[in-house]
Design a protein around this ligand. Sequence first.
Ligand SMILES: O=C(O)CCC(=O)C(=O)O
Ligand SMILES: [Fe+2]
Length: 292
Amino acid sequence: MRLTVEQIITYQTEGYLIVPDVLSADDLQPVIDEIGREIDDRARKLKAEGKLQALYEDEPFEKRYASLYRDCREIGRGLDIMTYLGEAMFRHLGSDKLLDVVECLLGSELSCNPIQHLRAKLPKKYAGDEPDYFQNVPWHQDCAVTSPDSEASEIITFWMPLVDATAETGCMEVMPRVFKQGYLDHRAEGGTMIDPDKLPEAEPVLAECTKGSLVIMNKYTPHRGIGNRSDIVRWSIDLRYHKTGANSGREFQPSFPVRSASDPASVLTDAEEWRRLWQSVKDEKGRKLHRV
Ligand SMILES: O=C(O)CCC(=O)C(=O)O
Ligand SMILES: [Fe+2]
């Protein structure tokens, strides 16, 4: 799928764009299955250690993790793309359907940015007494999690849910057009967030997004995740892409070419190599990732 000129203009003027039905259920299934296996492995390990009693094996992907988390929060410790490093996820990062859309905004020399996350937003009733920001990301701009030397780079966020993201399950909320103001001051308490005194007065828009659709955002677009009032986990993946050669905002983490018209052989197709790249920076724990 290619973006229409109207969609590109909307993205460029509003600072965000919802693109329906980019990926099919079949496209996402290998990723979902792989996450399911990772959750299963973690659950069995915790059970063997006596930290979990029930495995909830009969519960579907949308529910099982919530039951496990309610019983043992350790199930979620460090659960992210760069920790479990799955083959299906690697294929997803470079999938043609996704990159055809990315190419419409960034051209044909594309790299996958290392700022990429798998998120499992839990229904409120399963998260217990946790602080709100554990599940709901407060108002921020994604540039706040990049280093300032990447200011000149266009780093675009591609957010995609693995279940329908609605006002009930906890979709994102965005502030249209505000990206034109550039970087707003952030503070670090309670999650990286725009300084409440500097929060623009723009009318926010709910970015509801079905499974298979995308929310695309400019790195200066303020956005937040709203609470999950449903019974299911709001699973989502957020990826970022930039033009190959641009500063990624995380130069000490691995970026890699996913598409190149000029040098197709430069594209990373070996999941093992991708794993090695991440494993080689794992020792850098504790390094400052956010601007504030
Ligand atoms: O998934 C969410 O609720 C927030 C995600 C987010 O801030 C992002 O993808 O940049
Ligand atoms: Fe964000």
